[in-house]
Design a binder for this molecule. Structure first.
Ligand SMILES: Nc1ncnc2c1ncn2[C@@H]1O[C@H](COP(=O)(O)OP(=O)(O)OP(=O)(O)O)[C@@H](O)[C@H]1O
Ligand SMILES: [Mg+2]
Length: 199
């Protein structure tokens, strides 16, 4: 039996036994000439990154198939969204694990593009999902922005723990990332830029 697992702004996710199908369905509010290529690009992007992640053994759903247009089939991760789990568990330990895993992504030239605790699943450790905005880059700037987006997500969703959580994440990141020190310096620049824009 197929059941609706989640309905986001961009996609619907269906579960059937151990399998999940992510469907980037057509959006009526977008012009077709814009919507079609956008959905296709995100589907291809996510599929490509999931294949790469499987090849390096990174904890993410294993992709089984895609039509390279709107559908991706992948393993169902039977766990809890980190968003709901992190504050109930040892959040410092989990935050460290997040930092270490982001470093692995970045060391392989992968920028996630949407790092939030809604895009992580806690099972036997943390798995990352939702690679529709991901891309390949070796630039410190792109890596710093990736970390900055996580900081913003933590700040808004986990306001009680975010500061300690993010500092644990950065500590672990620095220890494990290539050019970690430079990337964190860059992060400070990115954050100053953000603050100046808000003024
Ligand atoms: N492989 C999976 N196993 C278990 N649950 C999943 C899996 N993939 C997605 N989910 C669930 O579905 C939700 C939405 O998935 P996802 O984040 O990939 O889609 P989205 O936010 O609509 O992304 P996009 O912006 O790329 O369209 C997740 O928060 C999670 O609860
Ligand atoms: Mg998501």
């Amino acid at each position: 039996m197929k059941t609706l697992l989640a309905q986001g702004a961009e996609s619907r996710l269906y579960r059937e036994k151990d399998n999940v199908v992510k469907d980037r369905f057509p959006k009526a509010y977008r012009l077709k000439q814009i919507d079609d290529p956008l959905r296709k690009a995100r589907t291809r992007r996510e599929a490509k990154i999931l294949e790469k992640l499987a090849s390096i053994g990174f904890p993410a759903p294993r992709i089984s198939s895609t039509d390279s247009e709107r559908f991706i089939s992948m393993d169902y991760l039977n766990g809890e969204l980190l968003k709901n789990a992190i504050e109930k568990k040892d959040y410092k330990k989990l935050s460290k694990e997040i930092g270490k895993k982001i470093a692995v992504l970045h060391n392989n030239g992968i920028i996630h593009g949407d790092l939030t605790t809604s895009n992580m699943i806690f099972k036997d450790g943390i798995y990352f999902i939702d690679f529709g905005l991901s891309f390949f880059s070796e630039k410190n700037e792109d890596k710093a922005v990736d970390l900055h987006l996580l900081r913003q997500a933590l700040e808004s969703k986990h306001y009680k723990i975010w500061e300690k959580s993010f500092s644990e994440t950065l500590k672990a990141y620095k220890k494990n990332a290539k050019n970690g020190i430079e990337i964190i310096k860059r992060l400070e620049t990115v954050e100053k830029r953000g603050r100046n824009r808000q003024k």
